[in-house]
Design a protein around this ligand. Structure first.
Ligand SMILES: C[S@@+](CC[C@H](N)C(=O)[O-])C[C@H]1O[C@@H](n2cnc3c(N)ncnc32)[C@H](O)[C@@H]1O
Length: 397
């Protein structure tokens, strides 16, 4: 296979992965291994870069493609922008042209070849024009609004401005378009491995301390099992954490002394590594996530011993999933109080009585962390004292 044909194939594989992510609402972790199956690591890396990078810039590129098509009104070849594979091919070509070392000539050649492979050779002229304009620095940015410059869907841009303020968003927004090569960890998601969690949670809890992890995804539960294989005191349950009856037996008698609830969320704080969240989420899906978060909190709380602590974290920057979520829960849950937290020194963050929001920076991604304490006379089992502490269990969701 010639180099040009290989480049075209790589572009087509990227387009297929993007379609899979957008139409089937799948994550990068699901789409990328399929897209690079049978390829050498380097070729797989090019596809990874193209797919993730195109998703980071997608809202921007779509505006540009629509503007170009509107300017060429009457030219039927520009109906290409309405055709999903061609639209994604153009967006991927734009990304390769503007953010990779590939020359415009190479990108034009592989994009037009890719166009023919898709059986749509009629669209070669607009594709060539899009890439050549991009290479010449002729974008459509003179009129670009803030949401477009940051490549955010309009609803998310609006909510981030109203939740965090335009100045904060201006400061970290451009980072969301960067490849996350310099990130060390995702603050407020599972920073570090589950076995680190296990070790930390079990510290000082005595030899009887155990960890029970509850994860709904079979693939993730299997990965957890593997990484906890050396941890004799840990058990992984693949089940629905909103239904304690599915996992309570693994916890044994007595409540947990600590719960870490790393809640499913919009991923709005980690858009660099999860750019697909921008095409998967909407205001409606965030509302549904907020309800799931309350159900998870209620279920986890039901297994927390009086005197225990529940650490709630998200990878979101939205108040509804963060401050409002824990406030709403604390108002209903008997014995629940929110503990004030101090952010680590140097972290770009905002501390509020409900918890700490980390803003994306060069060093870390964004997210939220809150600590809920259950009073000794808290809900349910044990009442004051919470029973024999050597029998308490640590639960990690
Ligand atoms: C923010 S992720 C954190 C996962 C884990 N801490 C990690 O970093 O791999 C949220 C996790 O919650 C899981 N999840 C979502 N809904 C769930 C439910 N009802 N029961 C159990 N797990 C659930 C998702 O599969 C996802 O792995």
């Amino acid at each position: 296979m010639s180099r040009a044909a290989r480049r075209a194939e790589s572009l087509i594989r990227s387009v297929r992965a993007l379609e899979h992510i957008i139409e089937r609402k799948r994550g990068l972790e699901d789409a990328l291994p399929r897209a690079s199956a049978g390829l050498e690591a380097r070729a797989g890396g090019v596809i990874h870069d193209t797919v993730a990078g195109t998703l980071r810039h997608l809202h921007q590129y779509e505006r540009r493609l629509d503007a170009a098509a509107a300017a060429a009104a009457g030219d039927r070849a520009w109906r290409a922008v309405e055709d999903m594979p061609l639209r994604l091919l153009m967006a991927s070509a734009l990304f390769q042209c503007e953010h990779t070392p590939a020359s415009a000539a190479h990108v034009v050649r592989s994009a037009t070849e890719g166009c023919a492979q898709l059986g749509r050779a009629w669209a070669q002229a607009p594709i060539e024009s899009v890439v050549r304009n991009a290479a010449a620095g002729r974008g459509f940015f003179s009129r670009a609004g803030a949401a477009e410059r940051l490549s955010l869907p309009a609803w998310l841009h609006e909510d981030l401005v109203s939740n965090l303020g335009a100045r904060r968003l201006d400061a970290f927004g451009p980072l969301l378009l960067q490849r996350p090569s310099r990130l060390h960890l995702a603050v407020a998601s599972s920073a570090g491995s589950p076995s680190e969690y296990a070790a930390r949670l079990s510290e000082g809890s005595g030899p009887a301390a155990r960890l029970v992890a509850v994860e709904r995804s079979r693939r993730k539960a299997a990965a957890l099992r593997e990484s906890l294989a050396g941890e004799g005191r840990a058990a992984v349950v693949c089940g629905d954490a909103t239904r304690p009856e599915e996992w309570a037996a693994a916890c044994g008698e007595g409540g947990a002394s600590a719960v870490v609830l790393d809640a499913p969320c919009s991923a709005s704080g980690i858009l660099r590594t999860r750019p697909e969240a921008k095409v998967h989420q909407s205001r409606e899906s965030v509302e549904a996530l907020c309800e799931t978060q309350q159900r998870l909190l209620r279920a986890a709380w039901s297994r927390l011993a009086p005197g225990g602590e529940l650490l709630y974290t998200t990878c979101s920057l939205l108040r509804a999933e963060n401050e409002e979520a824990v406030q709403r829960f604390a108002a209903e849950a008997p014995g629940a109080t929110l503990a004030p937290l101090r952010p680590p020194r140097g972290a770009l963050s905002r501390a509020q009585p409900q918890g700490v929001t980390f803003l994306p920076s060069e060093e870390h991604q964004g997210g939220f962390v809150a600590l809920l304490r259950k009073g000794e006379r808290g809900q349910g089992r044990g009442g004051r004292g919470g029973g024999d502490s050597s029998r308490r269990r640590d639960v990690f969701v």
